[in-house]
Ligand binder design. Sequence first.
Ligand SMILES: Nc1ncnc2c1ncn2[C@@H]1O[C@H](COP(=O)(O)OP(=O)(O)OP(=O)(O)O)[C@@H](O)[C@H]1O
Length: 405
Amino acid sequence: MKRAPSPSSGEPGGRADLRPDSRPDVQSDVQSDVQSDVQSDVQPGIQARVRIQWPGFSLDVDERLPARGVTALFGHSGSGKTTLLRCIAGLEHAAEGRIQFNGEVWQDAETWVPTHRRPIGYVFQEASLFPHLTVLGNLRYGQKRSQRNAAAQDQRQARFSLEHAIELLGIGHLLKRRPTALSGGERQRVSIARALAVNPRLLLMDEPLAALDLARKQEILPYLERLHDDLAIPVLYVSHAPDEVARLADHLVTMDGGRVQASGPINEVLSRLDLPIRLGEDAGVVLDGEVAERDERWHLLRIACCSTSLWVRDSGAAIGDHARIRILARDVSIAHQPSRGTSILNSLPARVLSLGEDAHPALALVKLDVAGNPVLARLTRRSAEELGLAPAQSVWIQIKAVALL
Ligand SMILES: Nc1ncnc2c1ncn2[C@@H]1O[C@H](COP(=O)(O)OP(=O)(O)OP(=O)(O)O)[C@@H](O)[C@H]1O
């Protein structure tokens, strides 16, 4: 469920109507609380401990999320992702909760830092830009508010200039336009730039691509990847799209029924044998490597990763570029010998780690080690038995399709 603000609320990002408390006396109490807590606990990262009880839904989360990189909150619709994000933003006031960011307490039994005083940028599913302002006007509006609110020290340590946000999102040519003259993808890029222009220390993104069609989504993903590469601040990214998560996330938190099911570095979570059952056809892992060679004749790229090489379709990436590839379990087969006389390009030595059940009784999931990296294979239980698969066994895997993300 999305609760995006209306632009008429008086503030982009919809903060104005949503402040639980912004009285000056509360703020000074808050600041002294923040200072005393900074001294006592300076662990980096986001600590989120929240309990909410609503009719028909309860959220019960106690997680420490990393201080760096992109953490995806992933789960089915209604699993509580947005509610958790809103608690971190201060848009939802859980009766029981402790939210702490890099040692600063934003919420506990005595403390409540209102949303507009949390150093966050928030991107909603649907862009909520002021229609009467140009793109530049929208960006400046958000920036002015943040300058009024930010402490002097924060100002000195500005992480982004407006120019940097405009450049990063590629919206320089749109600055004079009004939101009605933008495509959905352009509007969302402006929303992201606006969230960055407030100079946040934490970027919260709630399914920023969900309202876009496939073409717009493809258009915007490279910009999100640039954010990933350029930003020094942590990003919490809510999504229920496995392809987005595979492409962008460093860490993955999966949620179900208001609870965290699994949390950790992306491949550690993706290669858990209980999770792929829930991911179905999307079960698989991602590997990070580097573009090592271009085969001009066959339009292929060789990706050096996990002490070996994989061939993928040429995407136009340059030699030396970072490359993330996705290997779906359904595209991996297992053999005792390296493949000969097959059309499959990628054949690698591997070791069986464990075997698990799959959603259908005919299928099994096999977790393998490929040069220190986990890879999953989905095959029939009959094939697994005929191959005599068992933990620690050395095998060869053939990967039918490798997607360069
Ligand atoms: N203010 C509220 N009062 C009562 N129930 C609520 C409230 N806000 C959300 N819910 C319910 O809490 C549950 C979790 O909602 P939430 O929006 O966090 O899920 P989600 O995982 O983000 O889903 P989606 O992917 O569809 O956005 C849903 O069942 C929703 O109907």
